[in-house]
Design a binder for this molecule. Sequence first.
Ligand code: ATP
Length: 302
Amino acid sequence: MSHKASIQKVLFVLNPISGDISKEEVQAMIEEYCAEHQIHLSFYHTTGVDDNEEIKQLITHHQPDAVVAIGGDGTVSLVANILNHRGIPLGIIPLGSGNGLSKDIGIPQEIDQALALLKTGVIKKIDSLDINGETVFHLSDLGFNAFIVKKFNEGETRGPGAYAWIALQEYINYTPFFYKIQTDKEYWEGEAFMVTIANANAFGSNATINPSGIIDDGYFEICLIEPFPKAAAIGLLFSLYTDKIHNSVYSRILKCKSATIQKSPDDILQIDGELVDMKSPFTVKMNSKSLAVLMPAITEEE
Ligand SMILES: Nc1ncnc2c1ncn2[C@@H]1O[C@H](COP(=O)(O)OP(=O)(O)OP(=O)(O)O)[C@@H](O)[C@H]1O
């Protein structure tokens, strides 16, 4: 179910440090678009400190029809967390390096086209997941990828090249952790190279970990990559980038509505790009259709 967006008042939340484009230019483009389409606008520039409270106050004050996050995954997550369960739609103008959620829901990656959704888009509700009080809108994982995210955050170099280089170096000596997973439907235990708790389909890098996931079907998937011989690594990588990982003998997907996961103490959890300190065991629960999102009308017909 979706309905045509009728948006006349927008709060734009802009992260001045994300992306490599001039934010003055982005703001000028938005101001011009809104003037042309009689959209009343206000801007909030994030500071990295108390943004959550400031944005909540601005929402109360301005009563916007939509709040548009302009930035990377961190900015999208900040705004999505505020809007979750509130009914006010989230818009996204992607400026980060990954932009995972925006890609998964079909939001154009070009600024002008993403902006045009204010007039051409539809509002649709998507699911979110609750992991012991932390919210996942896109993907969360344990194991190898979360470990690489940690290494990447600790390093000096940025960009997809740096991430791939760290992954390649660490992969050689990586030892998979042991997991116990009880879902509302089945039990699984064993070692896994990676355990992805997926509300959506693909990482910002376009590696599709959950090809058949649907973001508003009331289910999530726990996507396991079981330990594999080194010789299988290239094939697995190829499967991830051709939407075929579910066909691999090393892949197992547990589709469910709730789950309890037991992890090893040293294993790390990442949620939508941020590392989270999580106790074990932890529970994952579905919040069906909790977040209203502004997206292209075409997504529904695909
Ligand atoms: N004015 C600011 N100065 C410094 N840090 C900021 C400011 N505003 C937000 N931040 C920080 O920016 C981070 C979020 O960045 P975001 O993910 O949106 O962009 P990015 O890092 O460029 O994108 P990506 O994660 O996709 O590479 C948060 O850690 C937040 O605290």
